[in-house]
Design a protein around this ligand. Sequence first.
Ligand SMILES: Nc1ncnc2c1ncn2[C@@H]1O[C@H](COP(=O)(O)OP(=O)(O)OP(=O)(O)O)[C@@H](O)[C@H]1O
Ligand SMILES: C[C@@](O)(CCO)CC(=O)[O-]
Ligand SMILES: [Mg+2]
Length: 422
Amino acid sequence: MSFITSAPGKVIIFGEHSAVYNEPAVAASVSSLRAYTLVERLPGKSSIALNFPDIDFSHEWSHQEIDKLLNSEHGKKLISVAQGDTKNLNQELVDLLDADLLSNLKDSFHYHAAFCFLYLYICLCPSVTGVAFSVKSTLPIGAGLGSSASISVCLALAMLKLGGSITSADCLTENDKKLVNSWSFIGETCIHGTPSGIDNAVATYGNAVLFKREEDGSTDFKFLEFPQIPMILSYTKIPRTTKVLVNNVRELFNTFPDIVKPILGAMGNLALIGTALLEHLSENGEENYSKLLQLIRVNHGLLVSLGVSHPGLETIKSLSDTLGIGETKLTGAGGGGCSLTILKHGIQRKEIDDFKSTLETQYCYGTYETDLGGMGCSFVNVSDIAPNDADLIRNVFTNTESSREEIDNALLPSTSNITWIC
Ligand SMILES: Nc1ncnc2c1ncn2[C@@H]1O[C@H](COP(=O)(O)OP(=O)(O)OP(=O)(O)O)[C@@H](O)[C@H]1O
Ligand SMILES: C[C@@](O)(CCO)CC(=O)[O-]
Ligand SMILES: [Mg+2]
């Protein structure tokens, strides 16, 4: 029964934060940055173990601890209600998990990851015991590239398989992906409270989407096709959490609704106009491309007005302006984390390298060049991997120090020997 699940990170091109207020937004998966979850039997044990080496956290719940919850009348009732609701967390179940299974973790940095894991486990495969889940990711964590959504998708897919809701062997069906998307939304809700659902939708389906959350909590999205856009992702390494930033915007909204609503509405319009430009990027000579760049600048300005930028992000923006290489906006929740610079046409490699090396040497920031789009969630059975490769993979999951290159060589769709099922 050993298998691995995987899901990509994402870049929001237009509409972070406004997406939470039901405005349209555009995002694409990042093909080279992904999370992976290895699911294996725990020989001779009946506990449930989670191993999150990226955040230096592991935990094991005994069968007895979990059974106490599963066998109580109150617990059974709450679980059955929660199993039927993929829009909201069941607060009574959350309180029970907090009091019983998460009490030692409540105030720790690890709480939200453990909470996401446990809520999904209790809803999706509570009778499965004697299993270990190990999560490894090449995404920077808490950086705006959807690390929380990619682990939520990996865990939801793994647990839906273990619980028997997903049985497909050769490909994931539309219905399978719908289940993964719905339950990873619940995982995202555990981690950051009020997600729009855009990050988990992109991590589930891959590609690029125009996304909109509706008033009733349902979501609507359309896949977009556009050519690769030359871009650089810069990572300030300034930590922040999406939960806090989304809450800060909520407070601003509540204080000045008449001011903040039109800003969010402008972002939504910008995402729609940006979509039309992306879909016709190579038409009208340079006109559509330069309009796209203008919209990137406007979107960043609107995000600054909501208070979700950071001096570190402004450093990147001001360097890209000074060098005249393109337009920069923060991406994801902001407050640190990453920015996205879309390069002007005709920029030379040397100019890009100057930009990157200044950020890396003067500010110790990281940079990524990655294509957008590509495969969403996927899985592979360990029995279908050549024994040598399987050893390499186990190493990656057990060695807390494994580098991005080692993880990519062992697991990344484009560089490993694995045939992922998607
Ligand atoms: N590899 C990982 N291992 C364990 N937990 C992780 C991992 N990646 C993400 N997480 C969880 O997700 C949290 C970060 O999620 P958060 O939403 O704040 O940032 P993000 O998803 O990286 O950025 P954004 O939401 O702006 O795209 C971490 O604190 C942790 O709880
Ligand atoms: C800030 C936000 O809009 C994007 C985070 O990547 C939150 C969300 O949409 O869930
Ligand atoms: Mg997140």
